[in-house]
Design a protein around this ligand. Sequence first.
Ligand code: PMV
Length: 368
Amino acid sequence: MLDYHNPQLILTSSKATNVEGNVFWRSPSNIAIVKYWGKHGQQLPQNPSISFTLQNAVSETSISFQAKTDKNTPHSISLDFFFNEKPRPDFANKIIKFFGNLQTESILPFLSQLHFTIHSKNTFPHSAGIASSASSMSALALCLCSIEQQIFGGLTDESAFFQKASFLARLGSGSACRSVYPIMGWWGEMDGIETSSNLYAIPCAEWVHPIFHTFHDDILIVSRGEKSVSSRAGHQLMEGNIYAAPRYQQARDNMIALKNILETGDITAFGQIAESEALTLHALMMTSQPPYILIQPGTLSIIEHIRTFREDTGLPVYFSLDAGPNIHLLYPDDIKDVIKEFINLELRAFCQDGLIIEDQVGKGPSRD
Ligand code: PMV
């Protein structure tokens, strides 16, 4: 059984006074095809999930670290956090809590021995209605692994490095654990998939058909506004949802079916599962107590147009949804020109300020 508790990751007194360094990671957002919705324990999923790793919607995070000078607070976390070069105490407090848990649980006990200066920014526009926790938490987790590597050595094996980064990212934000891998990430235990785990995601690129490696995901921004109900609250409401048990079974069944579909490159079957999962996610919100609705009239109009266009043309273009009103338009690379025209003629009018973020399946995180 894998154990990331490691009380040995602590600086000796000579090192604790002169250690310093810098790390940087760029890490992407992701869009789940089978959704994670409902959790238990310490950020453990109620069902397995799988997502496309994106290419353009990324967070860039750099951390410089040095020995802490204030020796009166040996167990507290010391950091300054800047988002887009401006101090953000609200984000800083979240990271202090995240680092504090990693320190007290002896996962990264050295975190209280250092002072950190963290700079982060996103390539996608602020308030575009895109959740940034997957990209930002995975970037932060990758930086922590690089810091561990610089100070203590170890994590030299690439798969061990990314597995630990995925584990740490999960503790920050569940879906973030899938973002550390190129093409697709799989998170959650499943019979028959021996390496699968609830603790971290695993890579999928090797067995996913090449047609999906160049898939597009254009994000149609129906609303740039903040969500009225957070993902955290949404996960919690699954605890009282009368459809929870059949939903978790449906997700497991969809994962089994999708594994085969992704291997064989069956785009039609892929699209059916992607759309069913998106609508199920929002149906779960509507059947929570209290019920709530995050899709908007524009979301439904776009879905109608996509379905009509598909029937009329026979082209394989499908949608997915995150926990919000924005549409993720999914299609293979060979039809990109005709889809661009379709978007401009029929879909852009439903987007707030005409905003669309053109993205595609990506190569995963990078250090430069
Ligand atoms: O990682 P969280 O807690 O923000 O939850 C994400 C949930 C969905 O984005 C709706 C689905 C998923 O699997 O990414």
